[in-house]
Design a protein around this ligand. Structure first.
Ligand code: KIV
Length: 287
């Protein structure tokens, strides 16, 4: 029997029951389909797609149109996951109107919620989007859209002043109406402290196990990421880059030594029809 679609109440219930949720990034139709088959709970159509799928240096240049294209493919591929559309840089920062309009575009194509980065400074946006009927996940800790402000990919919450800010932001986004909070790259003991204060689900990526569920970038866990970013917190479940490169190498060899296409890869033709074609072809004179 097909699984029922995961919704916001499923996520709340899982927290209440202390059941961990699984959360992966997806940017295309087949990945979404396979995640659905594996009964993953949530998919994030992340602006990390700019790096994983388009080879960009960071997430900063990802556009709303690119997000919508990736989100459409994911929504088509997955029937039962809870799909979160990431709001790219400058799609919500400038005004509440921008934030509502762009969040609305992600919902209109089938996302179930949106995610945006930031704490107290984006609470007004979170309230505005939430008041228009769209669930918002807040993203705290390491926030890649503020990479230059943070001075690179750095672990967050490692001292008291950083923890104070993290806690203040967590409580502020929760009061602003965020239905959940995602924390990235903080020590496990620090997320355990945050967890004591938050009522909505707290999810983590590189934040240890004392949270309600784990997000992993699918390209990282599948060994598909091309580039220098290599976070310590990723566990590799496959090495698809080697599998793909080896398949391509084998294909090249087969074509060059004429072992592909073999007989089983070719369309059959009746002998009489072939003879007729050959006769016509050999007597054919171009006009
Ligand atoms: O875009 C993304 O995948 C993200 C995660 C890194 C949290 O925002």
């Amino acid at each position: 029997m097909a699984r029922r679609k995961v919704n916001i109440n499923t996520l709340r219930l899982k927290k209440k029951r202390n059941e961990k949720i699984t959360y992966l990034t997806a940017y295309d139709f087949p990945t979404a389909h396979f995640a659905d088959q594996a009964e993953i709970d949530m998919l994030l159509i992340g602006d990390s797609g700019g790096m994983t799928m388009m080879g960009q240096e960071s997430t900063i240049s990802v556009t709303m149109d690119e997000m919508l294209m990736m989100a459409k493919s994911v929504v088509r591929g997955s029937k039962s996951t809870f799909n979160v559309g990431d709001m790219p840089f400058m799609s919500y920062q400038a005004s509440n109107e921008d934030a509502i309009r762009n969040a609305g575009k992600l919902i209109a194509i089938g996302c179930d919620a949106v995610k945006l980065e930031g704490g107290t400074e984006v609470c007004e946006r979170i309230s505005a989007i939430n008041n228009s009927g769209i669930p918002v996940m807040a993203h705290l800790g390491l926030t890649p859209q503020s990479l230059s402000q943070m001075g690179g990919y750095r672990v967050q919450g490692k001292n008291l002043s950083s923890f104070k800010k993290l806690l203040e932001d967590t409580l502020a986004v929760e009061s602003a109406g965020a239905f959940s909070v995602l924390v990235e790259a903080i020590p496990e003991e620090v997320s355990a402290e945050l967890y004591k204060h938050i009522k909505v689900p707290l999810y983590g990526i590189g934040a240890g196990k004392h949270v309600d569920g784990q997000l992993v970038i699918s390209h990282d866990m599948l060994g598909l990421f091309v580039g220098d970013v290599n976070p310590k917190f990723v566990k590799k479940y496959a090495n698809l880059s080697d599998s793909i490169t080896n398949a391509f190498k084998e294909y090249k060899k087969d074509v060059e030594n004429l072992s592909f296409p073999a007989e089983e890869h070719q369309y059959p033709i009746k002998e009489d029809d072939l003879k007729e074609i050959q006769k016509y072809s050999s007597s054919y004179k171009s006009k």
